[in-house]
Design a protein around this ligand. Structure first.
Ligand code: 5AD
Ligand code: SF4
Length: 458
């Protein structure tokens, strides 16, 4: 098919799943001659891969369309053409409405249709006028079966989507509506992709899913596989030295998975486990299907299996009906757990979700106060954890160039960002670093001198 002579710019918002999807969209468009570029100028196609999880998502997309359409106009003034597309969860949620409000948009398509992208592009660039496309289907076939093999190198730290969608229906969340029902890829397909990533230089793989520990795909010989089976299988690939998974739900942290944290050395001692609230009453109205004690129980068990494990989480403040006492319960849960980091958000009503119709709205100023209080505590805990790393030697996977001259950056096993002054040829390697500086958000240190690291290049 055509050679790479068309420019594709993809702008991505939101979660790692979207980042992964954007890569796969680039993969599927490559045979049509589209090559990815870093900016919208002079692009032949722009895809906005959007996120709908929190407030103002749709507004943000429309203001971005406003900015990007200037590039489309400039291109058309020179006699060129630019396709503009909205993909992702805002596309799924708003569909047709986007075409109505934004005349410059040519295509709107949801997350389950990316394998149909070549067909949609051919239609949209067809001779017959300027057909505009809306595709928010949940097709019966899985996009994973039809997307081309992972063929773009993701580098040393790669993401692999193993599960998508969610059947949990937390009352605040749009994911079950925008991403659809839970779907797990077969184990075989995951292993093949992991091997491909390893061949392309990956040393670390993060297994992705909206609800990744609910994974239940087809295993070998028709059996059913769970997340622990996936981790076991990926751990067998020699080049893969580190495994992570995200995002998990406390309800799906079963005993085998907890044991895996003790048994599988490659599984990193950092777990993102969203709990959302520390109040049993709020957890119930959120439909999280567990109480705070289950969370404490899991944390304790994991610490027994893997004493150095640290945790991060997601919190929502100001959910409808949240009282001062409920908030105090959340603060107490955080104090008792001691997190290495966490994300926190003010509740925002998402249209179509059950919580959007709930009574007991929390005032905006109260939400702000609670958020500030919670974030101050988390920041304090994060800084404490970073400080506790001082003088420790830890393996760091160097994966990017630093901001300062001569600096390279990497990740500790605990997902902290670590900077060192060292030659760029160390990128892609896992090397011991002695930590000598801890700031609230990052660490820095010195490469522990192994003579041949330096001698190799002399
Ligand atoms: N309001 C605020 N935060 C939300 N999240 C999801 N939906 C909402 C909402 N309606 C947060 C949750 C989730 C994270 C990805 O986004 O904390 O874990
Ligand atoms: Fe949303 Fe809850 Fe599913 Fe997470 S588990 S994606 S918060 S519905």
């Amino acid at each position: 098919m055509g050679q790479a002579n068309k420019k594709l710019f993809i702008k991505t918002w939101g979660c790692q799943m979207n980042v992964y999807d954007s890569r796969r969209m680039a993969d599927v468009l490559r045979p049509l001659g589209y090559a990815e570029v870093d900016g919208p100028e002079d692009a032949d196609m722009i895809i906005m891969n959007t996120c709908h999880i929190r407030e103002k998502a749709t507004d943000k997309v429309f203001s971005e369309i406003g900015r990007l359409k200037e590039h489309k106009k400039a291109k058309e003034a020179n006699g060129g053409k630019m396709l503009m597309a909205v993909a992702g969860c805002v596309a799924q949620a708003e569909g047709e409405l986007i075409l109505q409000r934004a005349p410059d948009i040519d295509m709107v398509f949801g997350p389950q249709t990316y394998h149909q992208l070549p067909e949609m592009v051919l239609k949209a660039t067809g001779m017959m006028g300027r057909p505009r496309i809306v595709n928010t289907d949940f097709p019966p076939e899985s996009k994973f079966d039809l997307l081309p093999e992972e063929n773009a190198s993701q580098g040393m730290s790669a993401y692999l989507s193993i599960q998508e969608g969610c059947d949990k229906f937390c009352t605040f969340c749009v994911v079950p509506y925008t991403r659809g029902a839970e779907f797990s890829r077969p184990l075989r397909a995951i292993i093949d992709e992991a091997k491909q990533l390893a061949q392309n230089g990956a040393k670390e793989i993060t297994l992705l899913g909206q609800n990744v520990n609910a994974y239940h795909g087809m295993g070998h010989n028709g059996s059913q596989a769970d997340l622990t089976d996936v981790i076991d299988a990926v751990a067998l690939i020699p080049e893969i030295e580190r495994i992570r998974y995200s995002t998990s739900h406390p309800r799906d942290m079963d005993e085998r998975l907890i044991d895996a944290h003790g048994n599988i050395e490659k599984l990193m001692p950092f777990l993102h486990l969203p709990v959302q609230s520390g109040s049993d009453k709020i957890l119930k109205t959120m439909n999280r299907k567990h109480g705070r004690d289950l969370f404490f129980d899991i944390i304790e068990k994991l610490r027994v299996k893997r004493p150095d494990i640290v945790f991060s989480s997601d919190f929502i403040v100001g959910f409808p009906g949240e009282t001062d006492q409920d908030h105090a319960d959340t603060m107490d849960l955080i104090r008792r757990t001691k997190f290495a980091s966490a994300y926190s958000f003010k509740y925002s009503a998402r249209p179509g979700t059950p919580a959007a119709n709930m009574q007991g709205l929390v005032r905006e100023d109260v939400k702000n106060e609670r958020l500030q209080e919670l974030q101050a505590l988390i920041n304090e805990q994060q800084y404490e954890f970073n400080k506790s790393c001082m003088d420790r030697v830890m393996p760091v996977l160097f994966d990017r160039i630093g901001y300062k001259d001569g600096q390279i950056l990497g990740r500790s096993p605990f997902f902290q960002s670590v900077s060192v002054t060292a030659p760029q040829r160390l990128l892609g390697q896992i090397i011991d670093v002695k930590i000598n500086r801890a700031s609230p958000n990052a660490l820095s240190g010195e490469v522990v001198l192994v003579e041949d690291i330096y001698e190799a290049a002399e």
